[in-house]
Ligand binder design. Structure first.
Ligand SMILES: Nc1ncnc2c1ncn2[C@@H]1O[C@H](COP(=O)(O)OP(=O)(O)O)[C@@H](O)[C@H]1O
Ligand SMILES: [Mg+2]
Length: 233
């Protein structure tokens, strides 16, 4: 039997993050001592008040930002030590991001946006198109392939960005308030898709949310407060 540390998909050890403010040269410590370990198939919620550092933490977990101190492990790989290029490759192949605002490329169509991570990975056009079509169909966007982001509703944009996050079969999804701007119906649609995928594909999910009802549906709930994470019982 492996212990929690050995079996984890993603793990943060003693993460600290400070920002230097240009104006008064003060250092702002946002994360003090973050310890978290995500297991395969785990759905983990992180809650906390606005500005407490949730997005900062998620970016560090996914290698979009570097910690000021501490370690981030992807399985047995110390990604806090990785250079930009190697990190980008690891992200592209293993980690799916979903943001509160979709971050789709405005000049590309829905299907082109979804195919993008596969192009970056070097997958053939034919294969990428097939996979992207399957995802968009599954997400109820079969008639929206050629729409640009501005021609889609908020719920549709978010489903496109979920499809994009899943394009390269990641083993973890990091979602930063993915339903923060959606109505109840679209929120439910996005969440049920996420939970279904976790069942089928065995992916892990880290979900930042400020909605208690959403957190209650996750396996593990952490509160971020004063720079540290506390696990709820
Ligand atoms: N690049 C940055 N430079 C300086 N301060 C930052 C930067 N990114 C975030 N912050 C500050 O860190 C704090 C936490 O931000 P954030 O992680 O976005 O919070 P949350 O997602 O919980 O609302 C905020 O006070 C924010 O102003
Ligand atoms: Mg945030």
């Amino acid at each position: 039997m492996m212990n929690e540390e050995e079996s984890s998909v993603l793990r943060c050890n003693h993460i600290q993050k400070s920002f230097n403010t240009d104006s008064d040269q003060k250092t702002l410590e946002i994360l003090t001592d973050i310890n978290i370990s995500i297991q395969p198939k785990e759905i983990c919620a992180i809650i906390g008040s606005s500005g407490c550092g949730k997005s900062t933490l998620l970016h560090i977990m996914g290698g979009l930002d570097k910690p000021s101190a501490g370690e981030v492990w992807w399985h047995d790989e110390p990604i806090h030590k990785y250079k930009t290029e190697k990190l980008a490759e690891l992200r592209n192949q293993n980690i799916g991001f979903v943001f509160q605002f979709h971050h789709l490329l405005p000049e590309f169509t829905a299907i082109e946006n979804v195919m993008m991570p596969a192009f970056i990975k070097g997958v053939s056009q034919k294969e990428a198109h097939k996979k992207a079509s399957n995802l968009l169909n599954r997400f109820g966007l079969g008639s929206r392939f050629e729409h640009r982001p501005s021609q889609l509703s908020g719920g549709e944009q978010q489903r496109v960005s979920m499809a994009r996050a899943l394009m390269n079969n990641p083993s973890i999804i990091l979602a930063d308030e993915p339903t923060g701007n959606l109505d109840e119906k679209n929120t439910e649609l996005i969440l049920s898709l996420l939970f279904e995928l976790r069942e089928e594909e065995g992916i892990s999910i880290v979900l930042i949310t400020h909605e208690k009802e959403i957190a209650d549906r996750c396996n593990t709930v952490y509160t971020l407060q004063n720079g540290i994470l506390e696990k709820a019982d």
